[in-house]
Ligand binder design. Structure first.
Ligand code: FE2
Length: 220
């Protein structure tokens, strides 16, 4: 329906105009329009404990027809959420290296670090979608990752190529070790599908680590 509007100069006569009067009454200033959900209100700070895996287990598990018990799903969602935060952190670390590296191997390292970031970003997608597949809620924002990541913080003042290679290799190795542990933990929890996902990511991280380490191992 096309809404008839009066020229602005006539708005002062709104009380006399049934069309404008109806518009004003349907959006009273003291009461939000009906299409705004009632739960939207003042911003409430999120406490760190609200971002824990327990939240996934106890508060935000969704129903699913998947034949895995909710306690099994809750356990592996906790593993997945921890690695989601790590992977998001790691991808940003690779980008940090990609943007800031300098030196004689600039182009090779610049492109390599971007490839690392792309690979790890794919892992975040795989992990997050496994969480939601299992009925959980993926906590994938940068702020959630910053609060939950178990990786060491990447020093933002690194410039030289070899320093970036060594630091990013350490981060990849740390992440890879945790993913490898998660393979067994997911299998023991009773979810072979998630164990397989961790296996795939583990193999990919091993290969990515090789690409990065190889730059630090050449004799020049
Ligand atoms: Fe780039």
């Amino acid at each position: 329906m096309t809404r008839r509007r009066k020229p602005e100069a006539d708005i002062s006569k709104a009380e006399d105009d049934p069309v404008i009067e109806a518009d004003i009454e349907s959006f009273p200033a003291s009461d939000p329009p009906a299409w705004i959900p009632a739960r939207i209100g003042p911003a409430v700070p999120i406490r760190p404990e609200e971002l824990s895996s327990a939240r996934n287990e106890e508060k935000t598990m969704h129903d699913t027809r998947i034949d895995l018990p909710s306690n099994v799903r809750g356990t592996v969602i906790g593993l997945l959420q921890a690695r989601l935060a790590d992977a998001a952190d790691l991808a940003s670390q690779a980008k940090q290296a990609h943007w800031n590296v300098k030196g004689p191997s600039f182009i090779a390292l610049h492109e390599l670090f971007d490839q690392v970031a792309t690979t790890v970003r794919e892992h975040t997608d795989m992990i997050a979608e496994r969480i939601t597949t299992l009925g959980g809620t993926a906590e994938g924002t940068v702020r959630a990752a910053a609060k939950q990541s178990t990786l060491k913080e990447y020093p933002i003042d690194i410039i030289e190529g070899r320093a970036h290679v060594a630091t990013l290799a350490d981060a990849l190795a740390s992440f890879g070790a945790k993913v490898r542990s998660n393979i067994e933990e997911a299998a023991e929890a009773g979810d072979q599908g998630t164990a397989d996902l961790f296996t795939e990511i583990s193999r990919s991280i091993d290969k990515t680590l090789w690409f990065v380490e190889a730059h630090g191992q050449a004799k020049s």
